[in-house]
Design a protein around this ligand. Structure first.
Ligand code: PLP
Length: 379
């Protein structure tokens, strides 16, 4: 059976051009980038070229980019790094209720270590409460970390408004841009972002590579002890091939941004209109306006998301539900709970996230099956 993949927020397929760039560094160019001889120097050059490519996508300096192993590591480094570096100044951190576990669980860990965390509410579209942000700031606030765009419902947060408030109070502003990077234009200078996390596998580079942007002058404690790699800020022999892949994916994202956004928006909007036209009792979660170009998230009344996913899987369709399966029980998603979704909609959620491999015909196939399955499950 042909697989129809609609889960690009979970991960993406490695682009062929990205793989081609990586290949030499998995084969003949195996030198350690810290070595002085020629194949070592070649690895070093490749890493520095990738650093430039990532920096160009974000409009920052190459030396402001640190390679990590994933988005989760970037988030951990940013939060723990800033918290411990500034613990004499203050112990208060502000984040939101709808962050990814890479942020939420890091914050919970910091709370156990004496830090105080405010988790901001969001409205029914998933946009953070700016007034609450303003009112939550105290002399002890050292960091604001708000995601650029949400991984479940695709809501894009008011980043420039947040950074304006952070600047006004001289507080460091970090954003988890793992979902946004490559899917919306990001200019860290114009947007006033101090730190930003991104991940390779969401932008057609491999899994296991990420980056953290840290504005010049912002100090953070190192997370990993060891050698002097990444300006002594992230020890460990560099994963050259994957760094090269991430660099290439960032270069491609920058060059194709406008076309990419239009293509995904077109698929998304067609899908949304088809579902709303053909299936009764559905609710689109998130914002219609401030939404990631490839994200859709629907709740189907009186349906169980896990059953829906299994039936779709029988048709070769890969998508995702709004529930996190933990210890054998299905818990409603913290994001859908935070936007105040009623109980009868909470269970039947389907996230469909588009990528460049999807076509309009794929959307027709998806909607056709969805229509039938929802009808059948409701019976
Ligand atoms: N932050 C967000 C918003 C994400 O969606 C994800 C992954 O889904 C992560 C962080 C973690 O990234 P990684 O899988 O590279 O650790």
């Amino acid at each position: 059976m042909d697989i129809k993949y609609f889960d690009n927020a979970a991960t993406t397929r490695i682009n062929e051009e990205v793989l081609k760039e990586m290949f030499p560094y998995l084969t003949k160019e195996y030198g350690n980038a810290s070595s002085m001889y020629s194949i070592g120097r070649q690895s070093r050059r490749a890493i520095e070229n990738a650093r430039k490519q990532v920096a160009q996508l974000l409009n920052c300096k190459p030396q402001e980019i640190y390679f990590t192993s994933c988005g989760t590591e970037s988030d951990n480094t940013a939060l723990k790094g800033v918290a411990f570096k500034n613990k004499e100044k203050g112990n208060h951190i502000i984040t939101s209720k709808i962050e990814h576990p890479a942020i939420l669980h890091t914050c919970q860990n910091l709370e156990k270590q004496g830090f105080e965390v405010t988790y901001l509410n969001v409205d029914e579209e998933g946009t953070i409460d700016i007034e609450q942000l303003n009112n939550s700031i105290k002399p002890s606030t050292i960091l604001i970390s708000i995601m650029f765009a949400n991984n479940e419902i695709g809501t894009i947060e008011p980043i420039e408004q947040i950074s304006y408030i952070a600047k006004k109070h001289n507080i460091i502003f970090h954003t988890d841009a793992v979902q946004a990077c490559g899917n919306v234009p990001i200019d860290v200078q114009k947007m006033g972002i101090d730190m930003l996390s991104l991940s390779g596998h969401k932008i057609n580079a491999p899994k296991g590579i990420g980056a953290l942007y840290v504005k010049d002058g912002i100090e953070f404690e190192t997370y990993m002890d060891g050698g002097h790699q990444e300006h002594s800020k992230r020890a460990g022999t560099e994963n050259v091939a994957e760094i090269v892949g991430l660099g290439k994916a960032c270069e491609m994202a920058k060059n194709n941004m406008e076309k990419h956004i239009k293509y995904l928006q077109n698929l998304r909007d067609y899908y949304i209109s088809q579902v709303e036209e053909k299936i009764p009792d559905v609710k689109l979660n998130g914002s219609r306006k401030n939404r990631l170009p490839g994200n859709s998230n629907f709740s189907f009344k009186d349906i169980r998301g896990d059953e829906l996913l299994l039936k779709l899987d029988e048709k070769g369709i890969c998508a995702s539900s709004g529930s996190a399966c933990s210890t054998g029980s299905l818990e409603p998603s913290h994001v859908l709970t935070a936007i105040g979704l009623p109980q009868n909609l909470l269970d039947g959620t389907l996230r469909v996230t588009f990528g460049e491999d999807n076509t309009i015909e794929d959307v027709d196939y998806l909607v056709e099956n969805l229509e039938q399955i929802v009808k059948m499950l409701r019976k």
